[in-house]
Design a protein around this ligand. Structure first.
Ligand SMILES: NC(=O)c1ccc[n+]([C@@H]2O[C@H](COP(=O)([O-])OP(=O)(O)OC[C@H]3O[C@@H](n4cnc5c(N)ncnc54)[C@H](OP(=O)(O)O)[C@@H]3O)[C@@H](O)[C@H]2O)c1
Length: 185
């Protein structure tokens, strides 16, 4: 797959791994759109990219995802690569009185359910067979759960399983490629 002259959307692109992916892909002549919740951080990040735009959007909000879809489709009319990178994780131990249910709910909503919503929403814009792709950022914790990141690890395991099914379904129906990035691998 050619990786220049693409329109690439990266959730959580204002910091960390998402920002470094944005930087590398911008240097290769792609148009990058990064998202995040904090607009000031997005503006700071975009100033360092050679060819970037941003949309403030929370992946856990259906209204924000709708707005993001409208913005991309009206500005570009298509999307080539969707990188689902935004993630949330708590460090704590189970059975330690720390409201694991609430923590797990936020992790599952951000790391797993929101990716499903993003994919449902954006697949119709990712239309070019063999030249468009989805990248889901999971974690090695999906395969080897950390004892102090128990529900985060489980949310990434769910994302890993879903990504395998998505790869199969989209290969058969659309030709859209599906990759999984498992930091720190
Ligand atoms: N760093 C690691 O060692 C590591 C290891 C394994 C897997 N991962 C995975 O890699 C991905 C990136 O991790 P990272 O360490 O680079 O993260 P990070 O440095 O904490 O950056 C997170 C980015 O995601 C955005 N974000 C967080 N919640 C969001 C939401 N609800 N909606 C939209 N954007 C949101 C943040 O911006 P705002 O706060 O402004 O929204 C920021 O741009 C995550 O999926 C993480 O689980 C990381």
């Amino acid at each position: 797959m050619k990786i220049s002259d693409k329109i690439i959307l990266i959730t959580g692109g204002s910091a960390g791994i998402g920002f470094q992916i944005a930087r590398l892909l911008a240097e290769r002549g792609n148009t990058i759109v990064i998202t995040g919740r904090n607009e000031a951080n997005l503006k700071k990040a975009i100033a360092e990219l050679s060819n970037g735009n941003f949309e403030a959007a929370d992946v856990t909000s259906s209204g924000d995802v709708d707005r993001l879809y409208q913005a991309i489709s009206s500005k570009y009319g298509r999307l080539d690569v969707l990188i689902n990178n935004a993630g949330k994780g708590y460090t704590y131990e189970l059975a330690s009185g720390q409201d694991a249910f609430e923590k797990a709910s936020q992790e599952v909503l951000t790391n797993y359910l929101s990716v499903i919503r993003m994919v449902d929403k954006f697949v119709p814009l990712l239309s070019v067979p063999n030249e468009s792709a989805i990248v889901n950022v999971s974690s090695v914790a999906a395969f080897v759960p950390g004892y102090n990141t128990p529900t985060y690890s489980a949310s990434k395991a769910a994302l890993h399983s879903y990504t395998q099914s998505l790869r199969y379904a989209l290969r058969k129906k659309t030709g859209i490629k599906v990759w999984e990035l498992m930091p720190p691998w």
